[in-house]
Every structure is written in C-alpha cells, then in structure tokens.
Design a protein around this ligand. Structure first.
Ligand SMILES: C[S@@+](CC[C@H](N)C(=O)[O-])C[C@H]1O[C@@H](n2cnc3c(N)ncnc32)[C@H](O)[C@@H]1O
Length: 243
C-alpha cells in the first residue's frame, strides 16, 4: 500500500516537472506545435518540424551585421535590387537588428515606409539613433514580441526576413502574425543561408534548407512563389499571402 502511494506521489512530481519545464521553453503553449529535446551547442532544444531553433544573436553581434565586407560577401546590393520595391511600398524588416536593410530600403520607398521590427530593445534603440543621426523619417522602429510583429492587420505590402527566422523561438506564431500583417496578395521575402551548400561558412543551425522553409511557411498559410539564386550564400525565397 505504502509503495503504491509512493509511486503515485513520484508520478505527480515528475508530471509537474515535465509540465513546468515545457511551459518555460514553449511559453505555456497548450498544443504540440513544438517538441523538446537535448539542446545542441547553438540551439535551444526546441524543435519545429524537426528543425532545432537556434539561439538568438544578441545586440553585441550588431557590429558583425554592419561589417564593411558584408555587401561583397553576401551581395546585399543584389538582395535589395531583387526586392523590386515601389516608391510607395510599406515594407516590414522583421528581425531588423541594427537596421542594415531597413535604411537601405528606406531610400527606395520615399513615399512609403519601412517598419524595423525587432524583439531586442537594444537593436530598436540602435535604429532610433541612426534615424536621428541620418535624419531619416520613413523608418519606423517597432518593438515586437517573440510571437507578434505588433503591426496592424492587412497593413503592409511586403515583409523581409534576413538571417533571422531560424532563431525565432515561436516560428509558427511569428509566420502567422506576419501573414496577418500583410495585405492580401502581399509578399514575404525569406532570406536564409543555404543548408544544402556545405561551402557556406555558417553554423548549421543558422542555415535553412529550401524544403524546410517551404514546409514551415505552408503551415502558416503562405504560398511559395519562387526562389531566386543570385545570392552567393543565401536562398532568396518569395512567398505570398493568398488573395
Ligand atoms: C542575426 S540578426 C539579423 C538582423 C538583420 N536582419 C540583418 O540581417 O542585419 C537576427 C535578429 O532577429 C531578432 N529576433 C529574434 N527573434 C525575433 C522575433 N521573434 N521577432 C522579431 N525579431 C526577432 C534578433 O533580436 C536579432 O536582432
């Protein structure tokens, strides 16, 4: 009798531990969108569609994002050209970091706007400082959350995510929130280092395969349109919100 009571108590303690542990990592999600496992060196031990989510790059990585050689290494000039922006476009730079792309895009949308969206208050602060320094008025910094862009519904023509999606702790919620922020027919440009190419000198969890990206975007309701191949290291993937 005593043994049965002991086993029941032990099971209760174990259940409470598992529930608490998963709610810490998964933000109290009550579904099976994500699974938990052993974290690898660069990961958080949380998996979405069998992909381990990577750790977030903090604001101390901002100087790497702004490195002078970036244009040459990643051909960011071709990336910006490939966006095919119209002067009136409203575009969101999701996971904008220090605003490397936000400020380059701002020049191309003089009658439009760039929303520089990031969860990091320090990164958002850097964008604000640059706006004041360069007297730029068509960039709007947005302090977002790990699950929400904080942009109004159906408000933007396009969204750009560069080297950031793989580190979103809640990729399904973020992709859904981006879909909601886009106007019907609006496009999402997803840029990720090519997992398929071992010569790309980036840690594995900071890369994504095209197949995986298509799976994850489809789950949120996006339609894949095309993948451009002009960048030396990254996929340039275009998805649409259905009309
Ligand atoms: C590697 S940096 C890339 C910055 C920028 N896109 C670039 O290429 O220069 C990734 C950024 O994504 C941000 N981030 C991580 N999770 C996010 C989320 N759920 N929503 C918005 N930003 C997020 C991080 O704070 C970080 O600034």
């Amino acid at each position: 009798m005593k043994i049965a009571l002991f086993i029941t108590q032990l099971l209760c303690v174990l259940t409470a531990f598992v529930v608490n542990y998963s709610s810490i990592l998964c933000g109290n999600e009550k579904n099976n969108t994500y699974t938990l496992g052993t974290a690898s060196r660069d990961g958080i031990g949380k998996f979405y569609m069998e992909r381990e989510i990577s750790k977030v790059m903090g604001h101390l990585g901002a100087s790497w994002l702004e490195r002078p050689k970036r244009e040459q290494e990643e051909r960011t000039d071709l990336l910006i050209k490939g966006l095919d922006l119209k002067p009136t476009d409203k575009i969101a730079d999701i996971g904008a970091g220090s605003g490397y792309f936000s400020f380059r895009m701002a020049k191309l949308v003089p009658q439009g706007k760039v929303f520089a969206v990031d969860i990091s208050p320090q990164m958002v602060g850097m964008v604000r400082a640059k706006m004041a320094q360069q007297k730029i008025t068509n960039v709007e910094p947005v302090q977002s959350t790990i699950t929400q862009t904080k942009l109004p519904m159906n408000s933007i023509d396009a969204a750009l995510i560069v080297d950031a999606y793989h580190e979103f702790s809640h990729p399904f919620e973020m992709a859904t929130s981006i879909l909601n922020s886009l106007k019907p027919g609006g496009k999402l440009i997803l840029i990720e280092y090519r997992m398929e190419d071992p010569s790309v000198p980036i840690k594995l969890l900071h890369k994504m395969s095209e197949k995986q990206a298509k799976l994850e975007m489809k789950a949120a309701g996006f339609k894949w349109e095309k993948t451009l191949t002009m960048l030396p290291q990254q996929h340039f993937m275009i998805f649409r919100k259905p009309k």
